[in-house]
Design a protein around this ligand. Sequence first.
Ligand code: FES
Length: 476
Amino acid sequence: MESIWMKTYEGKRRPALTGITEADAVVVGAGMAGILTAWQLEQAGVRTIVLEAGRIGGGQTGNTTAKITAQHGMFCDAFIEKKGEETAGGYVRANQAAVEEYKRIVREEGIDCDLIETDAYVYSMDEECLRREMEAARRLGVDASYEEHVEIPVPCAGAVCFPHQAAFHPLKFMGALAEQLTVYEDSQVVEAEEHLVRTPEGSVRAGSVIFAVHFPFINFPGMYFARMHQERSYVLALEHAGRLNGMYIGSGKDSFSFRQYDQYLLFGGMSHRTGENRDGGCYERLKEAAAKLYPESSAAASWSAQDGVTIDEIPFIGRYASSQPDWYVAAGFRKWGMSSAMVSAMLIRDMVCGIENPYAGIFSPSRFSAEELPGLALEGGKAVQGLTKRFFNIPGETAAALERGRGAVAETPQGKAGVYKTEDGRIFQVQAVCPHMGCELAWNPDEGSWDCPCHGSRFDCEGNLLDGPAQEGIQL
Ligand code: FES
């Protein structure tokens, strides 16, 4: 299921890294965060190499809705409550600066990427909550307003508007920046050691190593697996659904996201923790909702994406771990990947160049206070559940009795295994054990994939790796 970005843009092929090379910095990952960080570093005179396991923008960036906004849902009031006004204000200002930086780069570099300036809205049924959010946003310096009428056909009491945000075609933008960079594709980093990273056929020695990899895959140091999980959500590109001027997100778990691109209305929702979609039906439910809201519409494309969520919902941007002072990380963007990627690029550029950045403390991966530690225990608890299932859960069905078109962890003649039976009766059997840290995988009927509930790694029915933090596939 290809996104409209992938359908409408073909990036230039890059070679894989071979041999030994050197640079001032090496960036691992060529998603939006990796490309932007490398570009900002190069602009600052830091010679940078980017290593990408697949293709540029081939991961989550190719599946984003590409809203560039500092409005991350209904969050201002809650962030002030949780983190205090200074931290919440810094978070908003860092993201607003990121929005402006996109506009500046597109303007000054003359990039043709369908960038539009537009307003961002968060809608809700709760008027009191909306009014509190607007007041909180204003206290944080945003020129926010309360709008009673919205242009989307959802029941709501109104929306809070952040003016002058933006949206674009992410792959066109990245492709233009990547033209100015040294990027190696099909170059998965298999080992990192101080200032040296290795790929299957080459290595880079660099003063700084930046992991812009969506979910940090080096477990020690850092232990990011204990303080992040991943969530998936689904998108339809609707035709014949009218035209929207603004971008919208609902508050609350079962709300929707709206954004116009060209003739398509991008309609998203059905979020869930990765690995917790055993019953499936996310695309169907989203299509039913679209049919109710836009009876004339039809879906020209559908796709899904996932993103990391940290325990306090603020991304991890900064030093990877105190024991590795020249390693940096950018992850946990909570589905606000465009603005967060630019925040990462500007912040890591400053850290590498020894420039003080006022937002460093807010995003620092080592920021947690004693009050936030219970969240760590919660993430750890989920992982323990996944491990416990692997060892103690007895499968409820057998491979022989499994219906066609279904997948499940089942009893087989070889013991417990992940079994998928196609509609025409072919059977794919895998070890349903995640190579990242050993949790039991669960079948995701919407994507036809084996997903890990612990930290969100994913594999296709033949065991090939789709998403990390795992770095290898599972055995067929
Ligand atoms: Fe960590 Fe599967 S992703 S155990």
